[in-house]
Design a protein around this ligand. Structure first.
Ligand code: C2E
Ligand code: MG
Ligand code: MG
Ligand code: MG
Length: 291
């Protein structure tokens, strides 16, 4: 009996596997056509400066409106885009669209703030990345000081090449933040070596920082460490007033999360801008650099 059910399970597995393969093949074909069919859009999630309560920036997050399936999460198609190399043209589209949008908001009268774009490992290895980005900055007219690229710890693994490109990006005036900090193969060595300007504490630590003493310690320690290293620190996944109070207490520079706002379309973002700047009350005294 055990044997039989084992065999059945195996057949079942093979069938679902085949179905999944076919499914992902279809998705891949559609992903190839998605750019020309104009099926991608960007949402923008505000980042709040916790000392002043002002919007310090927005993170651009890609969305795919699939003709049959509706919205597909980037968590589901970005890995496929990376695997197939499609991340190169898609990533370029994201950069161009985000930079153009940032300038459009400035022209519409919003104060200038940073625009952050997620950069995948694959993009860092694309030939002429620097020239492409320079071209996009010129085309859009965006001051490079307002562009931030978010990279993950996995990028740092091949340090020699990564460091070279990152340094070149920095020399253009572009900022570099280390996303999902604490979840990858972090090495404190890279923090010292790499030209990073900000660390983003992963939401898995922030989520429980007010209920789990280990997470509280991790979040506090990352904040202190980044400030001692003269880096900025951002907390992702802020979902409650308690999270915000905790982060303000320990002088975290910047935060983002559903408590402030979900990622929004460009128009929604512009409409909600003044509401967002009323959420965080500015602190009375100027913050000390170090705790
Ligand atoms: P990420 O860069 O770490 O982005 C943060 C993710 O957390 C976003 O998910 C955002 O919607 C979500 N989030 C924001 N606030 C909260 C919160 O309070 N609670 C919770 N539970 N989640 C929150 P999203 O948009 O689904 O993106 C997932 C990931 O896909 C991103 O993680 C990023 O790694 C990748 N991604 C998104 N857009 C792009 C892109 O244009 N290029 C590349 N290469 N990757 C992208
Ligand atoms: Mg990110
Ligand atoms: Mg993240
Ligand atoms: Mg992530």
């Amino acid at each position: 009996l055990v044997k039989r059910s084992g065999k059945n399970n195996f057949q079942f597995y093979q069938m679902t596997q085949a179905k999944n393969d076919l499914e992902s093949l279809k998705i891949e074909t559609n992903l190839r056509k998605a750019l020309e069919r104009d099926e991608f859009l960007l949402n923008y999630q505000p980042k709040l400066d916790l000392a002043s309560g002002k919007v310090s920036g927005v993170e651009a997050l890609i969305r795919w409106k699939h003709p049959q399936k509706g919205f597909i999460s980037p968590a589901d198609f970005i890995p496929l885009a990376e695997k197939t190399g499609l991340i190169i043209p898609i990533g370029e589209w994201v950069l161009r669209t985000a930079c153009m949008q940032a300038v459009a908001w400035q022209k519409a009268g919003l104060p200038a703030f940073e625009i952050s774009v997620n950069l995948s490992v694959r993009q860092l290895y694309q030939p002429y990345l620097l020239e492409k980005i320079q071209g996009i900055l010129e085309e859009s007219g965006l001051d490079p000081a307002y562009l931030e690229l978010e990279i993950t710890e996995s990028i740092m693994m091949d340090s020699e090449h990564a460091l070279k490109i990152l340094n070149e990006l920095r020399s253009l005036g572009i900022k570099i933040s280390l996303d999902d900090f604490g979840t990858g193969f972090s090495s404190l060595h890279y923090l010292k070596e790499a030209p990073i300007t900000k660390i983003k504490i992963d939401q898995s630590f922030v989520r429980n920082c007010t209920t789990d003493s280990n997470d509280a310690t991790i979040v506090k320690t990352i904040i202190v460490m980044t400030q001692q290293l003269n880096l900025e620190v951002n907390a992702e996944g802020v979902e409650s007033e308690d999270h915000l109070a905790f982060l303000q207490k320990y002088h975290c520079n910047e935060a983002q999360g559903y408590y402030f706002s979900q990622p929004l379309t460009a128009d929604e973002f512009a409409r909600q801008f003044s509401r967002m700047e009323r959420i965080v009350s500015p602190s009375e005294e100027a913050w000390d650099e170090n705790i």
